[in-house]
Design a protein around this ligand. Structure first.
Ligand SMILES: NC(=O)C1=CN([C@@H]2O[C@H](COP(=O)(O)OP(=O)(O)OC[C@H]3O[C@@H](n4cnc5c(N)ncnc54)[C@H](OP(=O)(O)O)[C@@H]3O)[C@@H](O)[C@H]2O)C=CC1
Ligand SMILES: Cc1cn([C@H]2C[C@H](O)[C@@H](COP(=O)(O)OP(=O)(O)O[C@H]3O[C@@H](C)C(=O)[C@@H](O)[C@H]3O)O2)c(=O)[nH]c1=O
Length: 257
């Protein structure tokens, strides 16, 4: 029986993994939320790994508030870079394979085509920079790792664009959504399944991988699709945002291939 530690287990992706975990009877899951395991505490991380022999660690713990990360980059780096480093050190010491989740925001968005794993990274905001530093630590410390970059996650869990648009469609009459960024919305449930299927495969190709649902669109297009799918188009008017109410830089194009 393979033992799988899932960190940040009460986040969006962590909850998607919990939801399907019962279908993987050959895997023994140990779910740890931020209260049960603080990945920024190296001693806490090491102690947990000493007690149990994990075959895999899926690191879902992260600082994901992109706007707040710009104001308090130290917080983002503490979790996304130093926290990832602590996990990588423990995985290396206790021979655990690490599956770490990263982001499309490691790219600057200046490329016209979708980004492949061979493309150079160049993050333009603090969240992206902190996530890239996490990737670099992992690559430096540990051979047995899989870094899965994904984008624009949404699901029934946690805080995400999909749920925000549904909430706004109820509370507001007009929605303004930017069409200045293009990316691939990805259902976090699909990513959860992909991760567990990958664990179940006998051979794992270490390194950086990209995983999305594959359909590129702007945030405006995505909002339109959400309203259509939920039959809310008559309830709220949707406009392309002319002025962006945020000063945070986000990649213009972050399609992943
Ligand atoms: N959401 C998205 O659109 C995308 C996310 N990703 C990446 O996917 C991964 C999962 O994201 P998602 O599930 O959406 O994010 P969430 O913010 O929903 O979940 C992250 C979880 O990490 C926990 N956490 C924060 N700090 C710590 C800490 N120091 N120790 C342990 N746990 C901590 C949070 O707990 P608490 O709430 O208690 O702080 C939260 O439960 C992340 O690595 C993210 O960078 C990549 C691309 C897109
Ligand atoms: C809710 C809303 C957002 N927007 C804009 C702001 C932003 O440019 C874009 C998306 O808003 P969000 O707050 O979801 O953006 P953001 O938090 O940047 O989303 C990112 O999160 C991190 C964790 C990732 O890793 C990325 O892949 C990506 O999903 O839409 C509007 O224009 N109008 C709106 O009503």
């Amino acid at each position: 029986m393979k033992k799988v530690l899932v960190t940040g287990a009460n986040g969006q992706l962590g909850q998607c993994i919990q939801k399907i975990s019962e279908y993987y009877a050959n895997l023994e899951f140990i779910f740890k939320d931020s209260k049960q395991l603080d990945i920024t505490n190296a001693v806490e991380v090491d102690t947990l790994f000493t007690k149990k022999k994990f075959h895999f660690c899926v690191n879902c713990a992260a600082y994901t508030n992109v706007e707040q990360a710009e104001k308090t980059p130290d917080m983002a780096f503490k979790v996304n870079a130093e926290g990832a480093k602590n996990i990588a050190l423990a995985c290396n010491k206790y021979k655990t394979t690490l599956i770490h989740i990263s982001t499309d925001y490691v790219f600057d968005g200046e490329k016209e085509e979708p980004y492949s794993v061979e493309d150079a990274t160049n993050p333009i905001n603090e969240y992206g920079k902190s996530k890239l530093q996490g990737e670099l630590y992992i690559q430096e410390i540990l051979k047995k790792h899989l870094i899965i970059r994904t984008s624009w996650l949404y699901s029934e869990f946690g805080r995400n664009f999909y749920k925000t648009i549904l909430d706004k469609a109820i509370s507001e009459k007009i929605l303004y959504v930017t069409d200045a960024q293009t990316g691939c919305p990805t259902n976090a449930n699909h990513l959860a399944k992909h991760i567990l299927e990958t664990i179940n495969e006998n051979e794992m190709e270490y390194g950086v991988h990209h995983f999305t649902d594959g359909h590129a669109m702007t945030w405006y297009d995505f909002a339109k699709k959400i309203l259509l799918d939920k039959q809310l188009t008559g309830k709220v008017e949707l406009f392309r945002a002319i002025v962006c109410n945020t000063n945070i830089k986000r990649p213009r194009n972050s399609r992943l291939t």
